[in-house]
Design a protein around this ligand. Sequence first.
Ligand code: ADP
Ligand code: MG
Length: 226
Amino acid sequence: MSDAPTSPDAELNAPADLSFASLPLSAGLLATLAQLEYRSMTAIQAASLPLALAGHDLIAQGKTGSGKTAAFGLTLLSRLDPRRLEIQALVLCPTRELSEQVTQELRRLARGEENVRILTLCGGSPMKPQITSLENGAHIVVGTPGRLMDHLERGSLSLAALNTLVLDEADRMLDMGFHDAIAWVARRCPAERQTLLFSATYPPGIAELAQRFLRQPKEVKLAEQH
Ligand code: ADP
Ligand code: MG
């Protein structure tokens, strides 16, 4: 990766050691990363994981393919308690395709953990099977803002036990007109939580969202590749 961290937060905290073993991750997660042949952190992972694992809210900017999913995935999996069958993390994504990709990557990262249940909840799929899946319980939900609002309104989704909220591809969600839905969902999350915002670009709408829903966020920005 030729991306160089440019923000003070990232520079101060990016470890010189790019191995995942330099992070406070469980032996189980480290073993899974080795199995997946993730040998070293990508630039955005190296800049964001130390901050996110320390519990900070984060605004992280990095282009597509930079490994953002593992940056938030390892953070929420580190905090997850599989013995509590409650939704502990929610990931908002702009589209069904991106939601499915995130779910797939989270399942890969969680495969060494005990029975982590991850649900994808997107529009365009029938409600009833989603409601049944929710009744059976989940630890992590990934989905699009509109459908998540729908479940929250019906009471089929409870966020009372949530500890991590992720806004993935936040700029695209804003482009797609999801601002109000994101705000609606975020307001229904417990105030005591970690919020991680990932975006490829940083338009004014992102700053507004961050100001409303993140607490003293650290910023991680990677320079454009030349
Ligand atoms: P982004 O969300 O930034 O577009 P992804 O999280 O989808 O990127 O990751 C892109 C690809 O890189 C995925 O196939 C993922 O499995 C892989 N990947 C992520 N982190 C690493 C790593 N540290 N080492 C090797 N491959 C990685
Ligand atoms: Mg992504």
